[in-house]
Design a protein around this ligand. Structure first.
Ligand code: GLP
Length: 244
């Protein structure tokens, strides 16, 4: 779906999420959301906060799982995805704190695998993700599934691509300060979601969006795996769609 602007697209995505939350509420069930960080979903979160504050949308039945976190990373650091999510969404809505799940960037290396397995288990126990929202990195990563990621990969510790670290360098005051690793849900984890929405805005994403949608399916560009699923929708502004 191509929209004239990022804001119109974001409002539509927020409404889709709100509809899932409301449907589940009516049935007395939990809505399980897969959330993303980065600049891309910020306006979606802003709209969800508005729906909460102005239209009474409640998040008390919502459980969230974030895609990824840098490793190592303290939750209270400025650049952590915990800080990002609190600032952009969680601090402004009524979601119970215990319903928020974000990969733990403080774990000792030898506890990461067990943590990742438990993360997957927790998602399945709740019946799976009702919706997963995604951005796309310029390497073609989704979450932090960098080139080389397998289509059936699970939640795990990964090494970040050089381009990804360069793109993050502004937040960290230099590439040398960007962590070299991250914990991310796998491509396989993302695929299990009942619905997947990948959003991309601006000219600078046009090239990778074209490759993701029209390119050959390959681990060189993990987002191309999304072509294999019929549960995926690409939501673009006209600039990100300009090369299609
Ligand atoms: C980061 C995140 C991804 C995100 C990507 C794009 O690397 N881990 O989940 O999709 O960046 O970021 P942005 O939305 O800022 O362009």
């Amino acid at each position: 779906k191509v929209y004239p602007s990022q804001s119109e697209a974001s409002v539509d995505v927020a409404n889709r999420i709100a509809a899932i939350i409301t449907e589940k509420q009516k049935k007395g069930e939990k809505a399980v959301l897969g959330l993303a960080t980065g600049a891309t979903p910020v306006q979606v979160y802003k709209e969800l906060v508005r729906l909460h504050k102005e239209e009474g949308l409640s998040f008390t039945n919502v459980v969230t799982f974030n895609l990824d976190e840098y490793y190592p990373m303290k939750p209270d650091a400025d650049q952590s995805y915990v800080t990002f999510m609190n600032k952009n969404l969680f601090d402004h809505i009524d979601i119970p704190k215990e319903n928020i799940n974000i990969p733990d960037g403080t774990l000792p290396q030898d506890e990461i695998q067990a943590f990742c397995e438990a993360y997957e288990h927790k998602i399945s126990e709740l019946g799976g993700l009702d919706i997963q929202i995604l951005g796309i990195g310029r390497t073609g990563h989704i979450g932090f599934n960098e080139p080389g990621s397998a289509p059936n990969s699970g939640t795990r510790l990964v090494i970040l691509d050089d381009l990804t670290r360069r793109d993050a360098s502004r937040d960290f005051g230099g590439k040398e300060n960007v962590p070299t690793k991250a914990i991310t849900m796998g491509v396989g984890t993302i695929f299990k979601a009942k619905e997947i929405i990948l959003m991309a805005w601006n000219e600078k994403k046009a090239d990778i969006v074209k490759k993701a949608i029209e390119g050959e399916i390959s681990a060189d560009i993990p987002a191309t795996f999304l072509q294999l699923s019929d549960k995926v929708e690409f939501v673009l502004d006209k600039d990100a769609a300009s090369q299609l």
